[in-house]
Design a protein around this ligand. Structure first.
Ligand code: GSH
Length: 253
């Protein structure tokens, strides 16, 4: 009888433990507000996916960002971790790294991450939105996983292609980018020569935050002209990109 009562107590303890673990997983899950097409969001996702950190993704409507209204914010990515609301992709990556991923960082990582935000990221929009037709194709692809119904998707696709094909080249020119494909090719060569420098990854045998930042920006346009161009420019880049893609399956739940 005593043994039976002990067994029930032991089982009750295990059940409570399981309930607490499930509760913690559900209630303390990270939430990422994002656009599927946003390179800054993909930098964050590259880190979450590589480190296998579960999170809930909330796709923000790029036409009105209404999902962000309760937070009083306008831009993605936004990470919510319990009471903490973190904005700016690089700050979000630092937050995730400090609390969850714990990848090593050094001065070189910091320099490459700055290069990604200040330079690399600006070569992509004028390529993938170079005219209405290219931009229409781009939105067709990037909106697929966003989960919109057909009407909403077509509306966002049309409005997005109209706006982006007008804005991207103008913005690139303001930044001094007159030949985006040439600029991107040079950027890829710079990354391969000075960033990877003969190693599998900038981080050596394993990717670091520099790898994940460069990869994230390209990953936002996977299958589109910018990635095709970059891969054609360098087989080393192509192998590095494919390896990272394989190592970063989605950890969104
Ligand atoms: N510096 C910011 C840039 C974020 C950003 O520009 N996000 C764009 C999407 S790629 C956005 O939310 N745009 C909406 C808007 O400006 O209203 C970061 O690194 O997070």
């Amino acid at each position: 009888m005593r043994a039976f009562v002990d067994k029930i107590h032991a089982n009750r303890f295990i059940l409570i433990l399981i309930a607490v673990i499930i509760y913690e997983d559900v209630c303390f899950m990270l939430t990422l507000y994002q656009f599927e097409s946003c390179p800054f969001c993909w930098k964050v996702k590259a880190l979450l996916h590589f480190s296998k950190i579960p999170y809930t993704a909330i796709e923000v409507n790029p036409m009105n960002s209404k999902e962000l209204e309760p937070l009083g914010l306008k831009k993605v990515p936004v990470l919510v971790d319990g009471e903490q609301i973190v904005t700016e992709s690089s700050v979000v990556m630092d937050y995730i790294n400090e609390h969850y991923a714990h990848l090593a960082a050094n001065d070189s990582v910091a320099e490459w991450r700055t290069w990604v935000d200040a330079s690399l990221v600006h070569f992509l929009p004028p390529i993938i939105h170079k005219n209405f037709s290219t931009s229409w194709q781009t939105f067709g692809q990037v909106l697929k996983p966003a989960g919109y119904g057909p009407m909403k998707r077509t509306l966002i696709r049309f409005a997005g292609a109209l706006a982006m094909s007008r804005v991207s080249i103008k913005k690139a020119r303001e930044r001094g980018i007159t030949d985006a494909p040439k600029g991107l090719t040079e950027a890829v060569q710079h990354w391969v020569t000075a960033g990877l420098a003969g190693q599998a990854f900038h981080g050596g045998t394993t990717p670091d935050l520099a790898d994940l930042s460069v990869f994230g920006v390209f990953r936002s346009t996977d299958g589109l002209a910018a990635v095709t161009l970059a891969k054609a420019a360098s087989p080393v880049f192509a192998a590095w990109y494919d390896e990272l893609k394989q190592r970063t399956p989605s950890s969104a739940v």
